[in-house]
Design a protein around this ligand. Structure first.
Ligand SMILES: NC(=O)C1=CN([C@@H]2O[C@H](COP(=O)(O)OP(=O)(O)OC[C@H]3O[C@@H](n4cnc5c(N)ncnc54)[C@H](O)[C@@H]3O)[C@@H](O)[C@H]2O)C=CC1
Ligand SMILES: CC(=O)[C@](C)(O)C(=O)O
Ligand SMILES: [Mg+2]
Ligand SMILES: [Mg+2]
Length: 348
């Protein structure tokens, strides 16, 4: 465990140098890891673990699209691919990677297989933190651990294949065996994390729900759309509005601040742009901070969790989500975006 100073604050982190893959394999050599659920995180983590040489099986509903997807990814029914119950029975580590709503419904079928000494692994603090709402209360004699990759399972897999790594947080809720720490770090390295930073289940879910509703997904769309609309209302073409709002951000400027920080991106823009950005960042900060504060309090009181449980437990939740995504896709801004993407020379 290295103590690193992040902007003046010391934190514990675990890097691949300190906990190499070889050590992770040694720690987990006698374990059978079952990936339960094969949606987005399931394939990312499962395939990375498999390629890294761990003993992995998948548990998934038969006769589902994702069962077929698992077969296409090389999991073999009866050998490495099983119904959920059978995978849980064979496993010593159960990676519970169903959607958060499905975790509630399926919990009674998982629980009997959580016998003494096994580990229950989550990639989200949701089920445990909101236990009054989810009913997920593990037995006392199992380890309860978390590795939460900070990004989509799709990116986790892509970055692994590129020899990169997505950062993850890790947490221990219950250490029944005395081995929880080694188990969780070894799994974190095994799924392809870049480095691992320490958290707890509650902090993980509060920050995660805030982030995805905020800057990562909700706020970014709201912010981009607001600027796009103002440009359009003032007579700018869709090409101009989209390029000045989205394309320049993702293709030109975001990679610069990803690489070297915001000041460096600014420094690579005109002094005119720098003057304006430095003057306007304050008003944008002040306008949005109350919305972020409201969002955090809605997360912390459990309202956001409840809303997601209620809607995503409905039988037709997938269709309903898809309808809303379709509306987004068919909005003028993103229809314009589809054409702009097609015009990228590398896509011709
Ligand atoms: N999507 C992502 O990349 C990320 C997800 N997470 C967390 O990882 C966990 C898994 O999330 P996702 O991969 O997004 O899940 P998902 O929404 O893709 O669903 C995973 C699996 O659950 C199965 N499933 C759904 N309802 C079911 C039911 N009633 N009975 C049996 N199986 C059912 C689906 O068939 C699918 O295989 C969640 O806790 C999530 O918060 C964490 C980081 C990122
Ligand atoms: C990809 C991720 O980390 C999210 C946005 O929190 C999620 O999919 O839940
Ligand atoms: Mg997340
Ligand atoms: Mg999330």
């Amino acid at each position: 465990m290295a103590v690193m100073n992040f902007g003046g604050v010391d934190e514990n982190v675990m890097t691949r140098d300190e906990f190499p893959l070889k050590k992770a394999k040694e720690v987990l050599k006698d374990e059978v890891i079952a990936i339960i659920g094969y949606g987005v995180q399931g394939p990312g983590q499962g395939l990375n673990l498999r390629d890294n040489g761990f003993n992995v099986i998948v548990g998934q509903r038969k006769d589902s699209k994702t069962w077929d997807k698992a077969i296409a990814d090389g999991w073999v029914p009866g050998e490495t691919l099983f119904e959920i119950e059978e995978a849980c029975q064979r496993a010593t580590i159960i990676q519970y990677l169903l959607s958060d709503a499905a975790q509630i419904a399926v919990w009674p079928r998982i629980k009997p297989y959580l016998t003494a000494g096994k580990a229950l692994y989550f990639s989200h603090g949701f089920g445990i933190t909101y236990k009054e709402r989810t009913g997920i209360v593990p037995p006392a004699d199992v380890d309860v651990i978390l590795v939460a990759p900070k990004g989509s399972g799709t990116s986790l897999r892509r970055m692994f294949l590129q020899g990169r790594g997505l950062n993850s947080s890790y947490a221990i809720f219950q250490d029944a065996t005395g081995k929880a720490k080694d188990r969780v770090i070894a799994l974190g390295i095994g799924v392809g994390s870049g480095y691992l930073f320490e958290t707890n289940f509650k902090k993980e879910v509060y920050s995660d729900l805030t982030g995805e509703r905020g800057t990562l997904m909700g706020a970014i769309q709201g912010l981009l759309l607001a600027q796009y609309e103002v440009l359009r209302e003032n007579g700018h073409t869709p090409s101009e509005a989209f390029n000045e709002t989205v394309e320049e951000l993702t293709q030109s400027l975001m990679p610069l601040f990803a690489e070297n920080g915001m000041d460096w991106m600014y420094a690579n823009c005109s002094t005119t742009a720098q003057r304006g950005a430095l003057d306007w960042m304050g008003p944008f900060h002040d306008a949005t901070k109350p919305v972020f504060a409201k969002l955090y309090s809605e997360v912390a009181c459990g309202n956001e969790a409840q809303r997601s449980i209620d809607t995503n437990s409905k039988p037709d939740y997938r269709e309903k989500l898809e309808e809303e995504l379709k509306a987004l896709r068919e909005s003028e801004m993103w229809r314009a975006g589809a054409v702009v993407r097609k015009l990228r020379p590398e896509n011709n």
